[in-house]
Write a protein that binds this ligand. Structure first.
Ligand code: G16
Ligand code: MG
Length: 220
């Protein structure tokens, strides 16, 4: 049975959360808003617009639409400076092995990310050749936990949702996969990703046996 494998980007393939954090922190400071790592956790998998809305809410700040758009631009420009410095060394441990294995076996691979910079990042880390399909923040209008991003990816991969497997680090992403009736594999903490069908701390924890079990599993 051919499975369609869908990967989230930030937190699954690369850790761009640290660069998002730096850019948001500088932006928040320029507005006299405190912003810490714990708050950054709540921005994982969340779109750029929604992230800024949250930061402004935390800082109890109201700004004009024009200023809002300027800040979005400012944040992204700073983020892109970090992205431009990325290379293969930033691919998270254990990921490469699984991408190669999936390619060898012939399971088609998609990216399902909220980021509008997804293609740039995949290019920087040289992973473009592995992805048959890319659905990112430029193509979807409804953010995770809405299943749109993953449903679109499965459709483009040519697999039914029940034959799709999603790797996600964000709670909202696991919820999106579950709503799409896809097998959800959480990468991160079990206590947070408790709704996932499988959870692993990272890809190095996924043994060949686990991986084969995932490929052969079906949604309960
Ligand atoms: C990623 C990050 C989020 C970020 C979002 C939008 O999502 O986890 O923190 O806000 O993309 O990114 P951008 O500003 O580049 O459009 P994902 O879905 O890859 O985890
Ligand atoms: Mg993520």
């Amino acid at each position: 049975q051919k499975k369609g494998i869908i990967f989230d980007l930030d937190g699954v393939i690369v850790d761009t959360a640290k660069y998002h954090f730096l850019a948001w922190k500088n932006l928040a400071e320029s507005l006299d808003i405190n912003f810490n790592k714990k708050q950054n956790e709540q921005l994982k998998g969340v779109s750029r617009i929604e992230s800024l809305k949250k930061i402004l809410t935390w800082g109890k700040k109201r700004i004009s639409e024009k200023r809002f758009n300027e800040l979005l631009h400012q944040k992204n420009e700073e983020y892109l400076v970090s992205v431009q410095k990325m290379d293969e060394s930033e691919i998270l441990p254990g990921v490469m092995k699984r991408l190669k294995m999936l390619k060898d076996v012939g399971h088609p691979i998609a990216l399902g990310s909220a980021s509008k910079n997804a293609k740039t990042i995949l290019e920087r880390v040289n992973l473009m050749p592995y992805f048959d399909v890319i659905v990112d923040g430029n193509e979807v209008s409804k953010a995770k936990p809405n299943p749109e991003v993953f449903l679109k990816a499965a459709q483009l991969l040519g697999v039914e949702p029940e034959n799709a497997i999603v790797f996600e680090d964000a709670l909202a992403g696991i919820e999106a996969a579950n709503r799409a009736k896809m097998l959800s594999v959480g990468i991160g903490e079990k206590s947070i990703l408790k709704d996932a069908d499988f959870v692993f701390a990272d890809f190095t924890e996924i043994t060949d046996k686990h991986f084969n079990a995932i490929l052969n599993a079906s949604k309960a």
